[in-house]
Design a binder for this molecule. Structure first.
Ligand code: CTP
Length: 399
């Protein structure tokens, strides 16, 4: 998943030769998971066809206030409100000037004036037009309105001259917008370390001791952390879950010992650490090199303790906000509070095995967030929603 995934984008195309690059721009936006609607100034159709853009964007391309037979009115206000962001590329000197002075004599300009979302513009023109003080004034004026200028590039221009004025390349434009979106997210620049899923402790080459954890809670937390802009390291025990996000790096582990080592490797640089894994507390003391054969009626296994990852992180804690989970069957709050203190946590998320909506393999969870001086009780909800609640608490504490 990308930061543009699910975003509704209005792409405004004006009449410059760089308009031919907008077919690539639409392709890239779609690849990033955005939904794209194209609007064009009337003359832009001379440079790239609405048919190409409609095919690539899988949406009708709008170029005027009315349909050709004048029976239908295209609603620029609706389109402006629909958009999560508007991108005007290429933006000619003429369009920049009209945008900055609030003119709305075509559908694209009216949509721009109606848009309440962030607006990005990527100018394209010949070098002398770009140098002209009126163009500079238009750009400055638009920036003062909060619109975002995607800088022009230097290079060969359609006129045969060389200089400043080329529209930024489509890849640069996408990167620019993604960085700008990321910069506004509350966890931008922060590193979040999350453990998730079960651990498997080997008995022999084919058997292990494990548990029923699905990893759903930890994966939902990783997704939410990335949605908030954090760079996430997800240390995952064996699960069937997948996560695809530019900001999430999955490090797969099997045993408690491996999870311990990876968690410690990333701990120092993390600002937020959440231990959502169901780590085995014991492992077979001896791992048989060969498959254990059955012989007698009973088999005794000697188990030894694994390292408590969260406890060891709590001992090392300096600046990190440290969050743990507790799964209890009796004296829930009391036991959770003991773990909170013992493991040096900022807060602990308690889920009870007694709740039918909570626990292993479920899509829902019912939690309490317990800190030294407060207990917050939440309704049963989807694990994705629980992850949002947990990050609200984290953001509140980081503020
Ligand atoms: N945890 C851990 N490493 C372990 C055991 C637990 O990091 N070896 C973490 C879990 O990820 C969870 C928290 O510690 O965030 C609580 O785990 P839990 O199993 O409920 O508690 P324990 O401390 O193991 O105590 P007990 O099993 O006796 O209740």
């Amino acid at each position: 998943m990308s930061l543009l995934s699910g975003k509704k984008v209005v792409l405004g195309i004006t009449a410059g030769i760089a308009a031919y690059k907008t077919t690539f721009l639409v392709r890239l936006l779609i690849k990033e998971g955005a939904e794209v609607k194209v609007v064009m100034s009337p003359k832009a159709k001379d440079f790239v066809t609405p048919l190409s853009l409609a095919t690539l964007s899988k949406n009708e391309v709008l170029t005027s206030f009315t349909e050709e037979d004048k029976t239908l009115w295209n609603n620029h206000v609706d389109l402006g409100l629909w958009a999560d962001l508007m991108l005007i590329a290429p933006a000619t000197a003429n369009t920049l000037s009209k945008m900055s002075s609030g003119q709305s004599d075509n559908f694209l300009l009216a949509t721009y004036l109606s848009a309440k979302c962030p607006v990005y513009f990527a100018p394209a023109m010949d070098l002398d037009m770009f140098k002209h003080p009126s163009t500079k004034t238009s750009i400055e004026q638009l920036e003062s309105y909060g619109n975002k200028y995607i800088p022009v590039e230097k290079g060969e221009l359609a006129s045969g001259l060389s200089g400043e004025g080329r529209m930024a390349e489509p890849e640069f434009i996408i990167d620019f917008i993604k960085k700008d979106i990321a910069a506004q997210l509350p966890l931008n620049g922060k590193k979040v370390l999350i453990t998730a899923g079960p651990t498997y402790e080997a008995l022999d080459p084919v058997r292990f001791i494990g548990n029923h954890s699905s990893g759903k809670m930890g994966y939902a937390l990783a997704q939410e952390a990335a949605n908030l802009g954090a760079a996430v390291i997800l240390v995952s025990g064996p699960t069937s879950l997948k996560i695809q996000h530019d900001l999430v790096e999955v490090v797969s582990v099997t045993s408690a010992q491996e999870m311990y080592e990876v968690a410690h490797k990333y701990f120092a640089k993390a600002e937020v650490v959440i231990a959502a894994a169901a780590v085995a507390d014991y492992r077979p003391k001896k791992v048989s090199a060969q498959k254990i054969k059955k012989n007698d009626a009973t088999l005794s296994l000697e188990l030894e303790k694994t390292k408590d990852i969260l406890l060891s992180l709590g001992e090392k804690k300096t600046h990190q906000l440290l969050v743990g989970f507790a799964l209890e069957t009796e004296n829930e709050e009391e036991n959770a509070k003991k773990k909170l203190a013992k493991k040096n946590l900022d807060f602990i998320v308690l889920n009870s095995m007694q709740d039918k909506e909570a626990g292993f393999q479920k899509d829902t969870n019912k939690v309490k967030i317990i800190s030294e001086d407060e207990i917050k009780t939440y309704e049963a909800k989807l694990k994705e929603e629980v992850a949002i609640d947990i990050f609200k608490e984290i953001l509140h504490r980081l503020a």
